[in-house]
Design a protein around this ligand. Structure first.
Ligand code: ADP
Ligand code: MG
Length: 327
């Protein structure tokens, strides 16, 4: 790293960071960070890369990029019921950025990054910085209890399938951001469009919810690619099937321009919602529903393989790409 790059890191990422945890012995600035994990715990580790032009449009603001890069990683911790602890950041930064100086870009990026890190008490403990096309890799670590059991393979026959929130807003947000499928958002007010874009760029990692599911959820994951495809992972890993009642799927208000079937298709196949989808024993539902009114039961795990979509108890076929794969 050249002197000036070193100074950039010093200026925007150096210790002490706004989050300072007592299980971090040595943070940013040395050859390695040193952490002292709590006794009797296990560690959950995950990593995700966001590449400009692939995972976000080139003109995305630095704060939206920072937020999403950390939020999607926090969402993976949430899906395992893990308690966020530390993260590292690998940043590839071009010489010139659209409408920003490197300094201004980094200032916005680091301020958004630290603000989300503070919310979840996760500490940046190191990283790497290189020159190249814009890409951001974050690796997160979180604590799990020693008997953690929220794997994709844990779903059991007769389990309820539950969602932590509404689906479809991020898919509409993506249409708006890319100015595609205009009919899907043409009827929305400016405020409704802004809220769909917010769902896309600022998904809320369901960390608190994930923690409270530890010991209750048999299987869980976060919805990054769309319910159909992601629930498919649970079904395949658990060797079970499922029935989903379409009318029970909580639809985002951003889907309001679409007819019923198109709205369902969007909600089932649209990515980037980052809600959790998990399965539980029916006996555990009343207490959970009481605690989290935004949770919804959308279906049931069955012994018969495949995913069946029900409209008023009757099985229907939607013209969904990838649907046959699970049918
Ligand atoms: P090394 O040459 O030992 O790999 P670097 O010069 O790459 O060290 O980094 C110096 C220090 O700054 C290290 O502690 C590293 O973890 C930290 N660092 C570098 N880039 C970043 C970054 N983007 N975010 C956080 N910490 C970083
Ligand atoms: Mg390095």
């Amino acid at each position: 790293m050249s002197k000036s790059e070193f100074q950039l890191i010093e200026a925007y990422f150096s210790d002490p960071t706004p989050v300072s945890r007592d299980d971090v012995i040595l943070g940013i600035g040395d050859d390695c960070a040193i952490v002292a994990p709590r006794k009797q715990s296990q560690l959950a580790v995950s990593i995700d890369t966001l590449i400009s032009g692939v995972h976000f449009p080139h003109n995305t603001s630095p704060d939206a990029i920072a937020y999403k890069a950390l939020a999607v990683n926090l969402s993976d911790l949430a899906a395992m019921g893990a308690d966020p602890a530390w993260f590292t950041l690998s940043l590839s930064l071009p010489e010139t950025l659209p409408s920003f100086s490197r300094e201004a870009w980094l200032a916005q990026f680091s301020s958004a990054l630290f603000s989300l890190a503070q919310q979840y008490n996760i500490q940046l403990i190191g990283g790497d910085t290189t020159k190249g096309s814009l890409s951001i890799t974050i690796q997160v670590t979180g604590y799990l209890p020693p008997d953690a059991q929220m794997k994709r393979a844990g779903a059991q026959v007769d389990d309820l399938i539950v969602l932590t929130g509404v689906l479809g807003a991020a898919a509409i947000g993506l249409d708006i951001a890319l100015q595609q499928n205009e009919s899907s958002y043409a009827c929305l007010s400016e405020a409704e469009k802004a809220s769909a874009l917010k769902a896309l760029n600022y998904p809320i990692p369901r960390v608190e919810e994930g923690l409270s599911l530890q010991g209750i959820a048999h299987a869980a994951l976060d919805l990054s690619d769309g319910l159909l495809s992601d629930l498919g992972h649970i079904l395949t890993a658990s060797h079970v099937g499922a029935e989903i009642s379409l009318e029970k799927i909580p639809l985002a208000t951003s889907l309001g321009c679409l007819d019923k079937n198109t709205a369902w298709e969007k909600a089932l196949t649209g990515g980037d919602d980052y809600e959790l989808c998990f399965t539980i024993a029916a006996a555990d539902w009343p207490e959970l529903e009481n605690k989290y009114p935004h949770f919804t039961v959308i279906g049931l795990i069955c012994a018969e393989q495949g995913l069946r979509l029900l409209d008023q108890e009757k099985e229907i076929k939607l013209s969904i790409r990838g649907y046959d794969h699970f049918g």
